[in-house]
Write a protein that binds this ligand. Structure first.
Ligand SMILES: [Zn+2]
Length: 349
């Protein structure tokens, strides 16, 4: 066995991650992942994200070029969501939990947006020319501002699910933005950890992380002018990376155009690294971690960042959320984070 066999503390989630390089050496007789096999056309008239297509709602997409966003026709959260009988407006308090913990319910009000990165049905963000990333980055920012200004929304969550391996229903390159009427569980944990550190040290947890001896020069994949790409010390996924700013901002609406445009370029390079690492269009889940918009005073200690969570551990092997992870909540990672960073750093993109 090479590599560590240990538990590492996740600085944002306040939990153990099991780094288990020994499990990577197990004989593999399981499924092999190949991704999508069929050739993908430039324009698909049956794709409801393509230009000029009539969607399920009856709306017709404009003949757009570049990025384009619209309200999801099948939203998880929407302004017209019904109010259930006996619905609560907020999370249940102690009295509600003690009197009747069996059927607590609230309305799913909010807003869901679909964010098309390009008019091209067949291109991922990594395939697009880097010049196209400026408009994509501006869409990330403007869509966040749309959701943040919605009074129903307590958290705006932008993310991309990419690849058939993680169940994407439409291959058109796109992300999603959810305006959610509550602060999600992981976000609460991340806020608590960042606020605790900032109150003790007067600085940002994530910005300080970039300078720590265990991280700088070892876990950094790329250091640009305004952003660094880093493998977290307690990475929960093999080849997980974060894009962290050198100066903390609470959300993407606070960064100026120069910083925003560099974020697009850094994102583009990291997406290309994953394609180079796995030698194909790499599946991925990408999160944009903005501070919640619920007016909690601890939001001021939040540091906006991005997280890539690729589901592959090797080019043809998926990392499954199986018995241990689903029962425990804690993750096991079969790849030593320092080794993952070195491999990503050495790629020719
Ligand atoms: Zn399409």
């Amino acid at each position: 066995m090479s590599g560590p066999w240990e538990r590492r503390w996740h600085l944002l989630f306040d939990e153990w991650v099991v780094i288990s390089a020994s499990s990577a050496a197990r004989p593999w007789a399981g499924a092999r992942s190949e991704g999508a096999k069929a050739a993908v056309p430039q324009h698909d008239p049956s794709c409801y994200l393509c230009p000029g297509v009539t969607r399920a709602s009856g709306d017709v997409n404009p003949d757009y070029k570049g990025p384009f966003a619209f309200d999801n026709d099948f939203p998880t959260f929407a302004g017209h969501a019904p109010t259930p009988t006996h619905a609560l407006d907020t999370a249940p308090n102690e009295q509600a939990l003690s009197q009747n913990p069996f059927a607590i319910v609230a309305a799913s009000r909010g807003q869901c947006r679909v964010l098309c990165w390009s008019d091209r049905h067949d291109m991922t963000l990594a395939d697009l020319p880097v010049e196209a990333m400026g408009d994509v980055a501006k869409l990330w920012q403007s869509e966040f501002i749309v959701l943040k200004s919605n009074d129903e929304v307590k958290q705006a969550l932008l993310f991309e699910n990419k690849g058939v391996e993680i169940g994407v229903s439409n291959l058109h390159p796109h992300g999603q933005a959810y305006g959610i009427p509550f602060v999600t569980t992981n976000t609460k944990r991340m806020r608590t950890a960042q606020a605790r550190y900032a109150k003790q040290h007067g600085r940002s947890l994530l910005v300080d992380m970039l300078q720590h001896d265990s991280v700088k020069d070892i876990l950094i994949v790329e250091k640009a002018k305004h952003w660094s790409v880093v493998v977290p010390f307690a990475a929960r996924f093999a080849y997980e990376t974060w894009i962290v700013p050198h100066v903390a901002v609470t959300d993407i609406s606070e960064i100026n155009e120069e910083v925003l445009l560099e974020l697009g370029e850094v994102y583009h390079r990291q997406a290309r690294r994953y394609d180079a690492l796995f030698q194909r269009q790499s599946p991925n889940i990408t999160h944009f971690h903005n501070a919640p918009c619920d007016n909690d005073p601890d939001n001021t200690h939040w540091c906006f960042h991005l997280a890539f969570q690729p589901p592959l551990r090797e080019p043809d092997k998926l990392k499954y959320i199986a018995g241990f992870e689903s029962a425990a909540g804690n993750m096991t990672n079969p790849v030593q984070p320092e080794l993952a960073a070195a491999r990503l750093r050495e790629l020719n993109i």
